[in-house]
Structure formats: structure tokens, C-alpha cells
Design a protein around this ligand. Structure first.
Ligand SMILES: NS(=O)(=O)c1cc(-c2ccccc2)cc(-c2ccccc2)c1
Ligand SMILES: [Zn+2]
Length: 263
């Protein structure tokens, strides 16, 4: 597959050359602006199942060159949407130590330090992730805004292993832990809109749920996320730091953002 980056000659403005959808409609992320919001009383609290994983389970923590990701077991799923959406993986987008603002979604132009995405696919209609990834009802991603503040013990469950995946394509096995603890307390307050993958190939196949309330991690935890990783392979002579891996907000076009809360 063609290489893509977040800056330089393969940066996001060049993505459409190799990935046409990236230049199309319904792109993500967006700036979630107050004037776009519409309260929708039919939006139910998000219900997740089997997120509390036993420490006897093994998860793969990996550096894919664009992000740090954790593979998720298929028993994890969202049960409150019209179809069952089965978990596939979670990953992060972040800024840098010099610019600790790297969320993809922004709220009234406020960019948070980082953002977590828990990626699910419609397992009622599609046999696997690959068949779902380019279908309009294929994916559901839970977005969690992250700000620097109190230490977060749930994040520590994988951050303490991040030095083992410094370079592209490195992977380590970690013990299962409660993935629900990575989400904000309130799953009933969220923004909802139809969008896309925020990385190439940018398929417009994502039902986005961005929780209203951010979670916090400590500055030390943020710095380990923002400074531990490289997008280059271990043997590469010139290591390329992995940070600033966020796409800028896209045109909302005439999209309305539904909200599950009143004020
Ligand atoms: N940011 S995102 O949520 O739209 C996203 C979803 C998926 C994704 C994952 C599995 C199935 C289908 C889509 C993969 C990425 C990705 C991030 C870094 C590098 C390459 C790909 C990003
Ligand atoms: Zn993402």
C-alpha cells in the first residue's frame, strides 16, 4: 500500500492522490460546533458488553507505524445500536511534547491533548472487519477525548509496556484489563454523526460516537505516549519520532451533529 504520513509530501493534503475517498464527502474528524448540534431524544446510552477482560486473557499491544493499537477479543461489542457492533481494536492519536494538543475531533475549536478510538464492525451484517470497512453501515467507532490532569490507572495497564514497542511493527502481549475503565464515566452523553475513517483509505463507513466528557491522564503518562514511539523500523538508520498523528478537522458540509444530552 502507498505510504502516508501526517506531514510533508505524503501528508494529509496529498492523501486523495492515492486514496480518493480522502477527498470525498462525510470525512472525519470534524470540529463539533454548537451551531451544528441537534438534541435527539432517541439517542440511548451506549451499552458495551464484555469490556471487563480477565488478566488471564492476552492482548496484542502494537506499533503500526501510525499509532499504538491494542487488539480486542470479538466477545467485546456494543449492544445498544440497531446492529451488533463487535470490537476489533483500539488506538490513539496525540500531539507532541512541545505541542500537547493532538485530538482529532475538536469541540468549538478546542483541541484536546489526545484521543482514543475503539473500532467496532457490524457483525450482524458482515462476517469480518475487512468486509465491513468500506460499507456505509460497516463501522462504529467510540471516540474518547483525553486531557492532561490526574493520573489514570487504567491507561497505565498498557502504557507501562510501551517501551517494548518503540519501533514500527513491534508487538508485545499484555494481560487483559478492564477496557471499560478507559471510557468516561457517563456513556449517556455523546455526540453522534456519520463520518469516515480518519486515516487512509478514509472510507465513509463510520458511525461516530464522541463522548461529551474527556478522560484525564497525567502529564507523565501523556509524555510517555507522545515521546516513546517511532514510526520507523528498529533497523532504520534515522529514527522518525511518532507524534502529531492526527488529521485536521474536515468540512462538516451540511452534516448535523446529534447530541444525546440537553445542556
Ligand atoms: N482513526 S480511525 O478510527 O478512523 C481508524 C480505524 C482503523 C480501522 C481498524 C480496523 C478496521 C477498520 C478501521 C484503522 C486506523 C488506522 C490507524 C493507524 C494506522 C492505520 C490505520 C484508524
Ligand atoms: Zn483513530
Amino acid at each position: 500500500a502507498a505510504k502516508w504520513t501526517y506531514t510533508g509530501p505524503e501528508g494529509e493534503h496529498h492523501w486523495p492522490k492515492h486514496y480518493p475517498y480522502c477527498g470525498g464527502a462525510f470525512q472525519s474528524p470534524i470540529d463539533i460546533r454548537s451551531e451544528l448540534l441537534r438534541f435527539d431524544p432517541t439517542l440511548r446510552p451506549i451499552e458495551v458488553q464484555n469490556y471487563n477482560l480477565s488478566p488471564n486473557e492476552q492482548l496484542t499491544l502494537g506499533n503500526n507505524g501510525h499509532s499504538v493499537q491494542i487488539s480486542l477479543p470479538s466477545k467485546m461489542h456494543i449492544s445498544s445500536l440497531p446492529h451488533r457492533y463487535t470490537a476489533a481494536q483500539l488506538h490513539f492519536h496525540w500531539g507532541s511534547s512541545s505541542r500537547p494538543a493532538g485530538s482529532e475531533h475538536t469541540v468549538n475549536s478546542k483541541q484536546y491533548a489526545a484521543e482514543m478510538h475503539v473500532v467496532h464492525y457490524n457483525s450482524d451484517k458482515y462476517p469480518n472487519m475487512s468486509m465491513a470497512v468500506d460499507k456505509s453501515d460497516g463501522l462504529a467507532v467510540l471516540g474518547v477525548l483525553i486531557e492532561v490532569g490526574d493520573f489514570n490507572p487504567a491507561f497505565e495497564q498498557f502504557l507501562r509496556f510501551i517501551s517494548g514497542i518503540k519501533y514500527r511493527d513491534q508487538r508485545v502481549q499484555i494481560s487483559g484489563f478492564n477496557i471499560r475503565a478507559l471510557l468516561p464515566a457517563r456513556l449517556d452523553e455523546y455526540y453522534r454523526y456519520d463520518g469516515s475513517l480518519t486515516t487512509p483509505p478514509c472510507y465513509p463507513s463510520v458511525l461516530w460516537t464522541v463522548f461529551r466528557n474527556p478522560v484525564t491522564i497525567s502529564r507523565k503518562q501523556f509524555l510517555s505516549l507522545a515521546t516513546a514511539l517511532y514510526s520507523s523500523h528498529a533497523q532504520d538508520s534515522s529514527p522518525v519520532p511518532l507524534n502529531g498523528n492526527y488529521r485536521k478537522p474536515q468540512l462538516a458540509d451540511s452534516r448535523v451533529v446529534l447530541v444525546s444530552f440537553k445542556e
